[in-house]
Design a protein around this ligand. Structure first.
Ligand code: SF4
Length: 352
């Protein structure tokens, strides 16, 4: 799906909404009207599968997978082809429309890109489901290899504004991220690229990155709210509140009217009782947790969707994304209540 609709607000209006200087209800009504115009009452549920975890050489300050970080997460190398295929099969059996694979790390070596392209082709050909990959930096050549194997979507988040980026990572630049987005776009693979709110950025940074995603023509925008995972080195995390988080989603919808806007990681702890209201603006969410943090279960997520009178969809419309619960959960911390983040799970056996 190409995003074509013009932004419904200016930078100045967006800034005012985030600063609380504009009627909350008026902004919400405008964003909700656009959400219903482009996505009706459907909600897309996404489930992540972490196929390689931890030991990343990059130093993104918010991330539990930094090699230099002290987060006691389970680390493992790339799962075996059979394991990944079995996960995809399980996803398909449960009704998945798209299988989303995520790897830690700077990017793909040529060998890993080839290996993943074989896995993608097998999933695509034998299971007939769409495949999304998030695997760091890729150039045009690797993006082409993955596309030709049947990759449907690539995720590469911008995370924040260009100006603020050096505050959250110094091992690579914003420009590096843009280059990957451009490389993927140039070979015709659909793009998913989003943000993390709450790392100390200003409202101007939020407006800047929302417009940058619009300029890049991003089709799917996950809006994550910073979860203070133990071991993070975010210097000045923002004190978020549910109303502000809702205003952020409103601004993303008004700037990117026909993009898929996802209330992503941290929705449970930051939006709290406003999660159902947020679905009036966002048309997509994650269920069953995030990369190293546990979130709401599938049942809780489906109940949330029902409460607001909406329906879950297999991405192009249809039956519920997952019929069963808990099949693809990951090594996790509970995110519905942040104090529980301090209760780490014991490390389990290392996966190969
Ligand atoms: S966000 Fe990605 S690139 Fe950055 S440290 Fe974590 S795994 Fe590595």
């Amino acid at each position: 799906m190409k995003v074509k609709e013009k932004s419904a607000i200016t930078r100045e209006e967006a800034q005012k909404i985030l600063e609380g200087k504009v009627s909350y209800y008026d902004a919400l009504a405008r964003a909700a009207a656009l959400r219903e115009k482009f996505f009706g009452k459907k909600v897309r549920i996404q489930v992540l599968d972490n196929i390689k975890n931890g030991n990343c050489a990059e130093n993104c300050c918010y991330c539990a997978q930094r090699k230099e970080g002290a987060s006691p997460i389970e680390t493992y190398l790339l799962k075996s082809d059979e394991e990944i295929f079995a996960d995809a099969q399980k996803a398909k059996e449960n009704g998945a429309y798209r299988f989303c694979m995520v790897t830690s790390g700077t990017g793909l070596s040529s060998n890993t890109a080839k290996r993943l392209s074989h896995i993608i082709r097998r999933i695509h050909d034998e299971l007939g489901i769409k495949v999304c990959l998030s695997a760091g930096f890729v150039d045009k050549e690797k993006a082409t290899l993955l596309r030709d194997a049947g990759l449907d979507r690539y995720n590469h988040n911008l995370n924040t504004s260009e100006k603020f980026y050096p505050q959250i990572c110094t091992t690579h630049t914003y420009e590096d991220r843009i280059k990957t987005v451009e490389a993927v776009k140039s070979v015709g693979v659909s793009l998913c690229s989003g943000v993390i709110i709450g790392m100390g950025e200003t409202v101007t940074d939020i407006v800047d990155v929302a417009f940058m995603l619009k300029e890049l023509g991003i089709e799917s925008i996950p809006v994550n709210f910073f979860i203070p995972v133990p071991g993070h080195v975010v210097k000045n995390p923002t004190a978020l509140n549910p109303e502000f988080c809702l205003r952020v989603l409103i601004v993303f919808r008004l700037i990117n009217p026909d993009a898929e806007i996802r209330m992503a990681a941290g929705r449970e702890g930051h939006l709290r009782s406003l999660q159902a209201t947020a679905l009036l603006v966002a048309n997509s969410l994650f269920a069953s947790g995030y990369l190293n943090v546990k979130g709401s279960s599938m049942q809780e997520t489906l109940a949330l969707i029902k409460d607001i009178g909406y329906v879950s969809e297999v991405e192009s419309g249809g039956a519920d994304f997952f019929k069963n619960e808990g099949e693809l959960t990951i090594n996790s911390y509970k995110a519905t209540n942040f104090p529980e983040l301090l209760k780490f799970p014991k490390k389990t056996k290392a996966l190969k």
